[in-house]
Design a protein. Structure first.
Length: 335
């Protein structure tokens, strides 16, 4: 069995990650005989269902991996855990991947496991006089920098002919979004499920969604560092085989998949049932991801008034792993 770096081995007693966005790890034993020990940084959201199903149904173990789950507040934090050497794999949306690429971090996207064009929402307080997009002018909008929420807010403002300086963007951690809007610290938030669903229920009739779906298609991806991928290609294949099995299980047994996911993300089952159809669980690598990352990078450069050259995001996609286990779902030209 191939040994991993000592700092990444899972031991009997698991300590908390030093990454402030990843608060805890589930306590799991060390690798069983014939199994490779890896740590997966995962954001506890419904969109992470393939990971949880692969974990609970034993697909990782059957493929020869002993996986420890490290829970992170957001995909951005999960990716940071990977970059900082706190985890081998991480779940993350496209925006943090783009930022990591622009900043020169040597990472790979191994697969997209889910997507949704209804994942992001702008939720406002009616009692702040907001009923249409134009009413956001001069209002405080909570947003988590470096996340899909930030890019979605940009898209929303652009489509509604609002300049960034016409609103007051307030940086708020993902886990603080609900309290920030519920207490009136901000007038609106740009965030994602499950925070959007919790806010709708908490604010009741005072909650208003002024923008919903069809503008931004969020992708949920599995990432790893290039060094890890190149030195552990077989572990990458094992991981992807388990995820593909989880995808099939989700489609065949959706009730069980929801129950597993609800238990891991600590979400009320009735709420999860309401939002489950917001997601499409398909494991693939598609050309549209490259186009999405390039579009977001152009936005980032304009935002920072930077003359930096946009990176070639083809260099951030690792197709060999998925091609080896399911070649028909890889659709990136030249890869």
């Amino acid at each position: 069995m191939q040994l991993l770096k000592p700092m990444l081995l899972i031991v009997a007693v698991v300590v908390l990650s030093v990454n402030s966005g990843c608060r805890r790890e589930e306590k799991r034993p060390g690798a069983a005989e014939g199994h490779d020990a890896v740590i997966l940084a995962v954001s506890p959201q419904p969109v992470s269902a393939p990971v949880y199903v692969a974990y609970e149904k034993g697909f990782f173990k059957e493929e020869g991996l002993q996986v420890g789950l490290q829970s992170c507040n957001s995909g951005r934090d999960a990716l940071n855990a990977v970059i900082e050497g706190q985890a081998h794999f991480g779940t993350v949306s496209d925006t943090p991947i783009m930022i990591a690429g622009v900043e020169g971090n040597k990472i790979y996207v191994l697969a997209t496991v889910a997507e949704s064009d209804k994942y992001m929402k702008i939720i406002t307080r009616k009692d702040r006089g907001i009923s249409i997009p134009a009413d956001l002018k001069g209002k405080k909008i909570g947003v988590s920098s470096g996340t899909s929420g930030e890019f979605f807010l940009h898209v929303f403002l652009t489509l509604n002919h609002l300049a960034p300086q016409e609103v007051q963007a307030v940086t708020i951690l993902p886990e603080d979004m609900v309290d920030a809007l519920a207490t009136g610290e901000v007038d609106a938030v740009s965030t994602w499920v499950p925070y959007t669903t919790i806010l709708q229920k908490k604010l009741g009739d005072n909650a208003l969604i002024i923008f919903d779906s069809g503008v931004y298609d969020m992708t949920w991806n599995i990432t790893a560092t290039r060094d890890f991928v190149h030195s552990h290609p077989e572990q990458v294949k094992k991981f992807l085989r388990a995820i593909l099995r989880a995808e099939s299980h989700i489609k065949e047994y959706p009730e069980e998949a929801r129950a597993i996911t609800a238990g891991h993300i600590l979400m009320d089952r009735s709420i999860l049932d309401e939002i489950w159809n917001l997601y499409e669980f398909n494991t693939l690598l598609d050309q549209s991801l490259i186009l999405n990352l390039e579009d977001q990078a152009r936005w980032r450069m304009r935002q920072q008034n930077s003359a930096q050259k946009i990176p070639n995001f083809m260099d951030f996609i690792y197709t060999e792993g998925l091609k080896a286990v399911r070649p028909d779902v890889v659709g990136i030209a030249g890869k």
